[in-house]
Design a binder for this molecule. Structure first.
Ligand code: NAP
Length: 344
């Protein structure tokens, strides 16, 4: 009998509400074999999968977003680090570590070598760091907090989801630039971690009571930069606390990703403050900024900080490819603490 491997696909679209495990198919399929390889192809074995909130939108079947929805029945894809187990390519050899932006949630799969890249050898960086300290969300933090927000030493930055994949990097990069950092997270343990990695103040948004007052208490002089990972009511409360010429960086809106109808979307009330405070509000999608000098600078700066032990990057590692769907669902109940990755 042909040896079998695990494959994870989307059973049906989930246009609204929370996805559940039953929206995925986890099945056994035949292992790809070397004799199936065409010239230029490899067999890739995923080692570490990235699990990210934006994948929620990709389960929806909606059209017209910045990244296409998964197709019903197709294997789930996302960024991953893998190892070449067989090669018919002159560019990649068996045993090479490879980065695949569209890596399949499947124990082994065939891919064209030109569609993946060999993991660069960087001082002090291991293969799993490409889903960790050098991951897409870590770059998102760098781009949003350092490039877009144009921080100045002495300013105050507020960051939501501050212990997460993006947030923990925002906290540390902002601190390194001499800012006063206020972090917000969803448990007391997470709040403690956010303080440990450098936040000057932090609070638990689930127990703080009124958001506007809690922000005011943590940042009595007001906020120069709000790095928004959550949207909704917390964004509204941040807007109520901004100073003149504040910059609002819209990175994510996780509080709104699982609403069950358009009417449930939180309606922002304090937008007029953008006018009164002569502030700016900017959204961005990080996929536009790979292969740019900003990405090169991020890799250089963060690799150095990491090697010098000046940056911490916490991950939650789920073991087993078959548990990747649960790891994805867990992002929306805050079960991850730091960047969520799956060790396949
Ligand atoms: N613009 C871009 O290109 C880009 C790129 C990457 C990520 N993002 C966005 O950045 C945000 C953070 O992503 P990440 O990868 O760093 O995820 P993460 O923070 O590591 O994980 C998600 C966290 O969101 C919090 N959360 C979940 N449901 C929530 C809700 N209803 N209200 C408030 N908080 C909630 C939970 O933390 P707590 O326990 O603290 O609640 C959870 O642990 C997401 O919105 C994501 O979509 C944007």
């Amino acid at each position: 009998m042909t040896p079998q491997i695990t494959r994870i696909s989307l059973k049906d679209y989930v246009p609204k509400g929370h996805a559940t495990l039953s929206d995925f198919v986890i099945e056994q399929v035949p292992t790809p074999t070397k004799d199936q390889l065409k010239d230029g192809q490899i067999i890739l074995h995923p080692l570490y999968l990235s699990v990210d909130p934006y994948q929620r939108g990709r389960l929806s079947g909606a059209k017209g977003s910045y990244v296409e929805s998964y197709v019903k029945g197709d294997t789930i894809t996302n960024f991953l680090v893998g190892k070449v187990t067989a090669s018919a390519s002159k560019d990649l050899q068996e045993g090479d570590f490879v980065l695949d932006n569209h890596g399949k949630w499947q124990t082994e799969y065939i891919v064209d070598a030109k569609d993946v890249s060999k993991a660069p050898k960087l001082d002090g960086i291991s293969p799993e760091d490409f889903v960790g300290v050098l991951s897409m969300p870590a770059f998102t933090a760098y781009y949003g907090a350092v490039v877009l927000a144009k921080p100045k030493a002495g300013e105050t930055i507020l960051v939501s989801s501050a212990s997460g994949a993006v947030g923990q990097m925002v906290v540390q990069l902002a601190k390194a630039k001499g800012l006063r950092v206020v972090g917000v997270a969803g448990s007391d343990d997470k709040v403690e971690y956010v303080k440990r990695i450098g936040a000057d103040a932090a609070f638990n948004y689930k127990t703080c009571g009124n958001f506007v007052d809690a922000i005011k208490q943590a940042a009595p002089q007001g906020i120069d930069i709000y790095f928004d990972n959550v949207g909704g009511e917390f964004l509204d409360a941040a807007l109520a606390n901004i100073k003149d010429h504040a910059r609002i960086v819209i990175c994510g809106a996780i509080s709104q990703y699982n609403i069950s109808s358009p009417e449930e979307a939180y309606a922002i009330k304090n937008l007029t403050n953008i006018l009164i405070r002569k502030a700016s509000i900017t959204g961005f999608i990080i996929l536009e900024h790979f292969n740019t000098p900003d990405h090169e600078n991020f890799v250089k700066e963060v690799t150095k900080l990491h090697k010098e032990g000046k940056i911490k990057y916490r991950t939650t590692e789920t073991k087993g490819l078959e548990n990747a769907p649960q790891a994805l669902l867990d992002l929306f109940s805050g079960k991850n603490f730091g960047k969520s990755i799956v060790k396949a």
